[in-house]
Write a protein that binds this ligand. Structure first.
Ligand code: DGL
Length: 275
């Protein structure tokens, strides 16, 4: 049985918005964060690529001794999680766990809408997978889900161009396209862990009465609950309050940008993944 830190994964920096909330709610645990920045963004990549990249990163976490890995990336949760859970996990480390961010969000999202119409803003990959539509239907069959892909948003954020006039154009375009599909939407989910960086801008563009939701706090509460319900897993997790950061690209570059997402500066290390 492995004992180790909780692994938090994203294609790049976005998962740091989730880690920030998890650490706020569960500060006593150890965490290892990995951003696959060398291959980000994942949002427009095929199932096969997202699955292969995500699996390589999950294997890396297991090699570091992490018994529990959270895919803090909607695209990876949508396109790779199920196959990893069902096909790979039993062969790799059957007692380890890999969890995603879509299910915990779908479990509670119905509480935030009166009109029973929810808007989802996400990467093309997450939208095409239909994962949110299926998961929300499962928990809240009365709720209608309207999706809008925002393919330009992650590249703008990853390149730190999200506060430019050019970015404003693409942000407004997607919001308008979403609301045109159904003007009765009264709750919108930022279903990509990069998007909280755009929350202020999006709020300014939204008509009054529409609630904007980010996933960080939702995923953190769900993890807290999961650990209470799974004491066997909880006992395998190190609790020295340490956080370590890793990237598949340049550590210097990661350190420069990570603070924007995490709320404070971090020192990362570069790693090479084995296929
Ligand atoms: N942050 C990721 C998500 O939640 C994806 C970003 C990307 O690589 O396109 O979907």
């Amino acid at each position: 049985m492995q004992h180790g830190a909780i692994g938090i994964f994203d294609s790049g920096y976005g998962g740091l918005t989730v880690l920030k909330e998890i650490v706020a709610q569960l500060p006593e645990y150890d965490y290892m964060y990995l951003g696959d920045n060398a291959r980000a963004p994942y949002g427009t990549r095929s199932y096969e690529s997202v699955y292969r990249y995500t699996l390589e990163c999950v294997k890396w976490f297991f090699e570091q001794g992490c018994p529990l890995v959270i895919l803090a990336c909607n695209t990876a949760s949508a396109k790779a999680l199920r196959t990893i859970q069902q096909k790979d996990l039993p062969l790799l480390q059957a007692s380890n766990r890999v969890l995603g961010v879509i299910r915990p969000t779908a479990e509670v999202i119905g509480q935030y809408t009166h009109s029973k119409k929810i808007g989802i803003l996400a990467t093309s990959g997450t939208v095409q997978s239909g994962s949110y539509v299926l998961e929300i239907e499962h928990f809240y069959p009365e709720v209608q889900v309207v999706q809008q892909a925002c393919p330009m948003w992650v590249p703008l954020i990853e390149n730190n161009r999200h506060e430019t006039a050019g970015a404003d154009y693409f942000i407004k375009e997607c919001i308008d396209d979403l609301l045109q599909q159904d003007p009765e939407i009264d709750a919108i989910l930022l279903a990509c862990t990069h998007y909280p960086l755009l929350a202020k801008k999006i709020e300014q563009l939204l008509p009054k009465g529409i609630r904007l939701l980010s996933q960080g706090a939702i995923v953190a509460s769900s993890l807290k609950d999961y650990l209470k319900r799974h004491p066997d897993m909880d006992q395998r997790l190190l609790k020295e309050g340490k956080q370590l950061f890793f990237t598949t690209d340049s550590a210097e570059e990661f350190n420069l940008h990570a603070g924007l997402f995490y709320g404070k500066d971090v020192q990362s290390q570069h790693i090479e993944l084995l296929p």
